[in-house]
Every structure is written in structure tokens, then in C-alpha cells.
Design a protein around this ligand. Structure first.
Ligand code: HAM
Length: 505
């Protein structure tokens, strides 16, 4: 007998369930409200994009792109027909045509494969028989050539590389370009919320499907007041939610003028202390020395503290800019601490970077990260455009609210309707309709229950009131309302009952 499959959510993903989802809704609703007061409009980009978009924006050497994306090949509408043993010629011809019209990815790998296949084919050693040719009669050299053809064909990308989004800044910039948003009044202020996907090692506050609430300001000026206002918006949002232990960390990582020199200096210094670093950091000396500053490895901390700091190597304009960002934060009454190690794990940043931590999150305590990314839109093929934004980890935000006792959301029913008898059922259905129309949450049992059982059920569901409808109530036109907290009860006419509930709920 076949065993029954037991399905489980994929590692690193989870179901969000009631009553917790009520808290998620409250958080999201608050974001809509607060962000709209700052003049932001919502954008909902797709959940998957071309892999190349993320590779280009986030950076090919970053952990996110190099090992954490969920990537797959999406077969294109048109495919060359699979070659028959005897006729690779038709396959080559068709593939070339489809590549010319970009219906098949005209990537270097595909071009090379076709070129090599052509060379083999043109030598004329591969089978070219009409009809069937018993394979065992073919000599070894021909088989070898045929095998090479199969390998080459299988190496081809017969579709588009697509990835589930690991973040949304790249998508927002793509959308800005695609919809010609530079024609709109600048800056364009957009926010988004939704799931992101990164194949990280799951732990508390770290998931493979997680949720972000983020915002981006694109175009117009790069005035430091914009950096400060974006930060002010996140802080206002956190404040509105009552998030505790909020700490803002800021840094400036310079621009293309001063950062390369600092990175070189850092690389030289890192080479000198290479033996004191772990394998990850040793590798990063060559690939991305800034990321060494980010390391949490205990044994490296002392060494990292002694490394040169970017603040001392900013060019004049970056230093002035950073000073002005700090002044603008101060004017807004925003408290921050400076953290020279805050370099962020994505390549697109320049100048201002920031992270916000909150209470109760353990080692994954960053609840928000962001920064300035002038130049990203241009890198993606758009016009030169200023940009700054952030993303909040919603899972972590929720976790922190729960840990500090701010996670409770009232979810019990307002009214449980305990009815008995056919006539009462009809009245109960009408009462439920009217109460729901008035905005109350109502539970109407589908089958008759004894009153005792019904009241027990009402209690379990956390109902505030039980509306008791039996034959007497229906014929008198007076309905009994029981307050479950204290057991008191009173009789009301239908309109009085509504008025009473409106006042007390
Ligand atoms: P990020 O620092 O990679 O930045 O992510 C932002 C936030 O998302 C983190 O601070 C964290 O709260 C949350 N987060 C990241 N990975 C996970 C995970 N595996 N599980 C749970 N939460 C996670 C960005 O994504 C940038 N796009 C932010 C940005 C927008 N910069 C400019 N504009």
C-alpha cells in the first residue's frame, strides 16, 4: 500500500497564521498610513525578474547573488526542435535563426556551442543517414563526435535565467526606467511590501522566504535633507508601532572618487594581518575587502577595530555631505550612533548607509537597512539618477513587537449568536447580517446547540457578548444579550441592541 505523503513547509519558509496575521495586518496598515503622510505611493513589482537584473544591481560577488538566489531557467515560447540523431544540421540552423531574433538567448555560451556544433557537423563525420541506422554498427569515432554534439546541445541555455527577488530596490529602479518615471515630477517616492527570497541558513529572525517593507526615493536632488527625511520616516513608523530599543546606526562609505583609494588602503592593511583572519575574510581581501568590516567572527574583532576607518579617508565633498546628513538628523531630533563598520552587503551603496536595530532579536538584530545609491539607475541602463531607500525586515519587526509584549491584537468575536429552534434560526441569520453590516464580528453556529454548549463555545472563541435567541425572544421581540466577562444579561429590542453594542464595543 502506498504510504501517505506527509507534506511540510519547505525549510526556511513558514505559514503565518491567525491570530498573528492580525498583527501583520496592523503593521502593514500603519506603514501605508505613515508612508502616505510622507508623500509615498505604493508600487507592487513582480516577485521574479531576470537574474541579470539582480546580478548587476546587487553585485555578482555579494553573498546574495553568488549563493543565495533561487534561480531557474524559464523555457522560452519558441524552442528549436530537438535534433534527431541523424540531423543536427536542422537544429543548428533553427537555433541560429532564433538567436538572431533573440527568441533564444544570444548569450556567449550559446553562440560558442552552436559554433562548435557547426564545426563538427561540417566535418561530416556525424551520422547523416536517411531513416534508421542501427547504432551498434556505427564506428567509435562517429559515436564520439555525436556524443560531443549532445554535450554541446545540453550546455545551451534554452530559456531565460530568472530569479525570485532577493530584494526589491533593483526591481523598483527597473520599473522607474521602464515606465519613464524620470518624466514625472522628481523625486519619485515609492514604497513596497512583500516576500523576498534568500537561501540563507535559517535561524531565529532569518528565513528563506521573508517579508520586507521598503521605500525608495528616486530622481531629483541628492540633498542630505532627503537622506534625513527617509530615516525620519522609518523612525516615525517604528514609533507609531511602539517598537522598543530602537537604535539607528549610520555611516558614510564615500563615493567613486574616494572609496576606491580607501578600499586599496584597507586591502593593503588586511594583507598585513591576513593570518589573524578566518577563511571567509581572507578570501574577501581580494574580492570585497569592505565586507571584512562586517564580520561577526569573534576572533577577528580585535584586528578589525584597528583597521583604517573610512571616515578619515572621505573626500571633501563626501565629508561635507556626511556632516550635513548628521546635522539634518539632529534638526529632526533623531538620535544616531556612528558605526564605521557599517558597509552593508549589497554593492550599490555610496555615501550614506544606515541600519536600525531593535530589542529582542538576538544576533539577527537589524530590523532595517538602507542607504544612498546614486548611479544604480544608470548602471541598469537608465538616465543618471539619484536614489536612496531602505527595507525593513517585517518578520523581525513582528518578532521584536511580540518580544516586548506589543504583539497582542484583539481577535475574539464581538458577538456569538446562541439560537434554538427553527424560527429563532431565521431571526439569528437576519441578526448576524445586520450586526456584520454594522461592522461587528459575529459567529453564527450552523446547527442548533443547547444554550449551555453554545455559551461554552462563545467563551472559547473569546466572544464579548452572547446574543441568546430562543422561541420566547422571537415571539416577544426582545433579545437577550449576555456580557460574557461578568455574566450579566439584559433584554433589548432589535434597534436598542444595535445602539447598545455600538456604544459599548
Ligand atoms: P538588506 O540589509 O539586505 O537590504 O535587507 C533589509 C532588511 O531585511 C534586513 O535589515 C533584515 O531586517 C531583513 N532581512 C534580510 N534578509 C533576511 C532574512 N533572510 N530573513 C529575515 N529578514 C531578512 C536590502 O534588502 C536593501 N534592498 C535595502 C535598501 C532599499 N537599500 C536601499 N533601498
Amino acid at each position: 500500500m502506498a504510504t501517505k505523503a506527509k507534506f511540510q513547509a519547505i525549510r526556511g519558509t513558514r505559514d503565518l497564521l491567525p491570530p498573528e496575521t492580525a498583527l501583520w495586518n496592523r503593521v502593514e496598515q500603519t506603514a501605508h498610513e505613515v508612508f502616505e503622510t510622507f508623500g509615498f505611493g505604493e508600487i507592487r513589482p513582480p516577485i521574479f525578474e531576470q537574474t541579470e537584473l539582480f546580478a548587476r544591481a546587487v553585485g555578482g560577488e555579494t553573498d546574495i547573488v553568488s549563493k543565495e538566489m533561487y534561480t531557474f531557467v524559464d523555457r522560452l515560447e519558441k524552442q528549436p526542435d530537438p535534433p534527431t540523431l541523424a540531423d543536427y544540421g536542422a537544429f543548428i540552423e533553427q537555433a541560429e535563426k532564433l538567436m538572431a531574433t533573440e527568441e533564444l538567448p544570444a548569450v556567449a555560451g550559446n553562440r560558442l556551442a552552436i559554433e562548435r556544433m557547426k564545426r563538427i557537423w561540417d566535418q561530416g563525420n556525424v551520422l547523416r543517414t536517411e531513416g534508421e541506422s542501427p547504432i551498434e554498427k556505427v564506428d567509435a569515432a562517429v559515436l564520439e563526435e555525436l556524443y560531443k554534439m549532445v554535450v554541446l546541445k545540453d550546455s545551451m541555455e534554452l530559456g531565460q535565467n530568472i530569479s525570485l527577488r532577493p530584494e526589491a530596490t533593483a526591481s523598483v529602479c527597473r520599473a522607474y526606467i521602464e515606465h519613464g518615471m524620470q518624466q514625472l515630477p522628481q523625486p519619485v517616492k515609492l514604497y513596497y511590501m512583500g516576500p523576498m527570497f534568500r537561501r540563507e541558513r535559517p535561524q531565529k529572525g532569518r528565513y528563506r522566504q521573508f517579508y520586507q517593507i521598503g521605500a525608495e526615493v528616486l530622481g531629483g536632488s541628492d540633498a542630505p535633507a532627503i537622506d534625513a527625511e527617509v530615516i525620519e520616516m522609518v523612525m516615525t513608523f517604528f514609533d507609531r508601532l511602539g517598537l522598543e530599543g530602537v537604535q539607528l546606526h549610520i555611516n558614510s562609505i564615500g563615493d567613486k572618487n574616494c572609496r576606491p583609494k580607501y578600499v586599496e588602503l584597507l586591502r593593503e592593511e588586511l594583507r598585513k594581518v591576513k593570518d589573524k583572519l578566518g577563511p571567509d575574510s581572507q578570501r574577501r581581501i581580494d574580492t570585497n575587502p569592505l565586507r571584512v568590516l562586517d564580520s561577526k567572527l569573534e576572533s577577528e574583532q580585535e584586528t578589525i577595530e584597528k583597521l583604517p576607518r573610512i571616515a578619515q579617508h572621505l573626500c571633501d565633498s563626501c565629508r561635507d555631505n556626511y556632516d550635513e546628513v548628521k546635522r539634518q538628523l539632529a534638526i529632526r531630533g533623531i538620535i544616531y550612533s556612528q558605526n564605521f563598520r557599517l558597509v552593508r552587503g549589497l554593492d550599490y551603496y555610496m555615501r550614506t548607509t544606515f541600519e536600525i536595530t531593535a530589542k529582542g532579536l538576538g544576533s539577527q538584530n537589524a530590523v532595517c537597512g538602507g542607504g544612498r545609491y546614486d548611479g544604480l539607475v544608470e548602471l541598469l541602463g537608465g538616465p543618471p539618477t539619484k536614489g536612496i531607500g531602505f527595507a525593513i525586515g517585517e518578520d523581525r519587526l513582528i518578532l521584536s513587537l511580540q518580544e516586548s509584549g506589543k504583539g497582542a491584537v484583539a481577535t475574539g468575536r464581538d458577538v456569538y449568536i446562541a439560537w434554538m429552534g427553527e424560527r429563532a434560526h431565521a431571526t439569528a441569520i437576519r441578526a448576524a447580517k445586520d450586526l456584520r453590516k454594522a461592522g461587528f464580528s459575529v459567529e453564527l453556529p450552523p446547527v442548533e446547540q443547547k444554550f449551555g454548549k453554545a455559551l461554552g463555545q462563545a467563551d472559547k472563541l473569546g466572544a464579548k457578548y452572547a446574543l441568546i435567541l430562543g422561541d420566547n425572544e422571537v415571539s416577544e421581540g426582545l433579545w437577550t444579550l449576555k456580557t460574557l466577562a461578568d455574566g450579566s444579561q439584559a433584554k433589548y429590542t432589535e434597534p436598542d441592541l444595535l445602539a447598545h453594542l455600538r456604544k459599548s464595543l
